[in-house]
Design a protein around this ligand. Structure first.
Ligand code: COA
Length: 377
């Protein structure tokens, strides 16, 4: 399958219903697909979870989309928490229809922070881990403490990752932190959330929408790999504590499918739910040997002007993380990078236009993972 068109709203705290974000992103994707119309779409795959938090309580979302888009084609709903956009893409790629719209919209931030946080936490283990205080930052910091003890990386390495992602977001008009760079000093002085994680190690909850049109008809961006893997909900029931096994399984599959090696990737969007997750995912994805991920950020190799730019969009850290939308926002960014349309944040690894890009999307604390590899043809 090919990517025909992509669309994305600005990520911010706009007070619109989730479906409005989805609609705006879908309309932009249709326009981007050389003015395709909704009547050309044979099926829709939707991923959205936030309406339960926002008091809309609309569970028949597929019929709402029929109404919104004035279509009677099949609409498939796939809520898969933070991996929702990636799972929607994975399914759309396999459905067997000619033209499929994968779309997501979330109004995540419309309540006090503790309500939003509680809603996000429904993506993790509620009975055993959360009653012991293991919220997402805590769960992830415990993994990071094991990693630091074993491999000797430091909080300074994570600060460099946050700084890189904020630098990139400041150049991305659709990112929450557009035109607002954050200094390394401010990152290192930001409030502690779950020691030693600071505010600037955490992803930023925002509202937004993103969409992609997948088509069997040839276009300029081809999906050459699409994989998905899962792992146990109880993070500390897993055999691997310092990394995410689901990423490793999905990475092995996707590189086999695409018949390429991690070294062939020119640009990647990596799921930085926490700065630590970006760092050890360099290793899970095969970009660095195990225990050596920090070298990539220390040596600037993953910066916008490095040989493997990672999160040119600003990532979940500074573009923002509207849960299900993130996976499709990654497809939006990599498609536009391959098309050379990203202006101030356009990457040119080794002076050349990028040819192959990767999108890595995680649900929960490593409980599900999708990876897509796109190629400019
Ligand atoms: N990075 C930068 N700024 C952030 C931020 C972050 N991660 N989180 C919040 N902010 C900013 C907000 O924009 C807001 O700024 P404003 O006052 O200028 O509007 C301010 O900090 C307060 O926001 P609020 O949401 O009230 O912060 P909080 O202290 O209640 O929560 C976190 C902060 C980091 C604890 C919360 O955002 C969080 O839990 N993030 C992780 C979300 C998560 O786990 N997602 C799923 C991952 S799989």
């Amino acid at each position: 399958m090919y990517i025909k068109g992509v669309g994305m709203t600005k990520f911010d705290y706009s007070d619109k219903p989730w479906w409005r974000f989805a609609y705006e992103a879908a309309m932009e994707a249709l326009e981007d697909a050389r003015g395709m119309k909704i009547s050309n779409i044979d099926a829709i795959v939707l991923s959205a979870v936030s309406s339960a938090a926002g008091g809309e309580h609309q569970t028949h979302k597929i019929s709402l989309l029929s109404d919104l888009f004035k279509t009677n084609v099949p609409v498939i709903e796939l809520p898969s928490v933070c991996a929702g956009g990636g799972v929607a893409t994975w399914v759309a790629n396999r459905l067997g229809f000619r033209n499929v719209l994968a779309v997501s919209g979330e109004r995540l931030v419309d309540s006090p922070s503790e309500i939003t946080t509680d809603w996000i936490m429904s993506a993790a283990e509620r009975v055993i881990e959360q009653t012991e205080g293991m919220l997402f930052p805590v769960q992830n910091v415990l993994v990071w403490q094991q990693y630091m003890a074993k491999y000797g990386a430091t909080m300074d390495d994570l600060a460099l990752i946050a700084h890189k992602n904020h630098h990139n977001a400041a150049l991305n008009p659709k990112a929450y932190y557009y035109k607002r760079p954050v200094s390394l000093e401010d990152i290192k002085k930001s409030p502690i959330v779950a020691s030693p994680f600071r505010l600037m190690d955490c992803s930023l909850s925002v509202n937004g929408g993103a969409a992609a049109i997948l088509s069997a008809e040839k276009s300029d961006v081809e999906i050459i790999g699409s994989s998905m893997a899962t792992d146990y909900l109880l993070t500390f029931g897993r055999e691997l504590i310092t990394h995410f096994k689901a990423t490793r399984i999905a990475a092995k599959q996707v590189f086999n499918q695409a018949k390429i090696k991690p070294q062939d990737i020119d640009v990647a969007e990596v799921h930085d739910a926490f700065t630590s997750v970006e760092l050890f995912s360099y290793e899970d994805l095969g970009f660095a040997p195990i225990g050596k991920g920090a070298d990539l950020i220390r040596e600037g190799k993953v910066n916008l002007d490095g040989f493997l730019p990672i999160n040119p969009s600003g990532g979940l850290k500074a573009k923002g993380h509207p849960i299900s939308v993130t996976g499709l926002a990654q497809i939006y960014e990599i498609t536009n990078q391959l098309r050379g349309r990203c202006q101030d944040r356009q990457v040119k690894p080794q002076g050349k236009n990028p040819k192959i890009g990767l999108c890595h999307n995680i649900g929960g604390a490593g409980g599900s993972v999708t990876i897509h590899i796109l190629k400019k043809v």
